[in-house]
Design a protein around this ligand. Structure first.
Ligand code: HEM
Length: 138
């Protein structure tokens, strides 16, 4: 009687959320949709009013933050020595529940156009909801 040889192969590398999201181009598209909605839809007027007139720096910064946050390149953090905390960066911005909900609603609509599966969408939404809720300070 012969026994079949048991072979083991190295486990396939687990893709990061950043890779599952589609990489830097997909993250930038998400951020552009988010700020386009914020700029164009009066439902988000209060949120828009909190931001500087020129949203280009925010488009760059939020893209960089999300790339790192999703497990991609950490350039955003590397450019900000001292371990910046995105929650603390909002401490001096007056954020009430209504404006936090505007942020989440615009982001939900932006995510609608992202080609991601339901579990990743759900995980991102849960995390954003917790973060935005934690930023409410009024
Ligand atoms: C709760 C609702 C939120 C409000 C009202 C809000 C508002 C703001 C405002 C007014 C700024 C400064 C914009 C400017 O200088 O023009 C900002 C910056 C920023 N926000 Fe938010 N934000 C919210 C939630 C979030 C969340 C959930 C994230 C992360 C997922 C986030 C990530 C960032 C980043 C990365 C910056 C740029 C920081 C920098 O480069 O200085 N924000 N936010």
């Amino acid at each position: 009687m012969t026994s079949a040889a048991v072979t083991t192969s190295p486990a396939a590398p687990v893709p990061t959320p950043f890779e599952l999201f589609g990489g830097a181009v997909a993250v930038r598209k998400l951020v552009d949709r988010f700020y386009d909605l914020m700029e164009g839809d009066p439902d988000y007027a209060a949120l828009r009013a909190l931001h500087a007139p020129d949203l280009d720096p925010m488009r760059t910064s939020l893209t960089g933050f999300l790339i790192a946050w999703l497990g991609g390149p950490r350039d955003w953090f590397d450019a900000r020595p001292g371990g910046p905390c995105v929650m603390s960066m909002h401490r001096n911005i007056v954020i009430d529940r209504a404006v936090a909900d505007q942020w989440l609603a615009a982001m939900a609509r932006a995510l609608d156009a992202s080609a991601i599966d339901a579990p990743l969408r759900s995980a991102i939404t849960t995390a954003f909801t917790r973060m935005a809720g934690g930023m409410v300070n009024r």
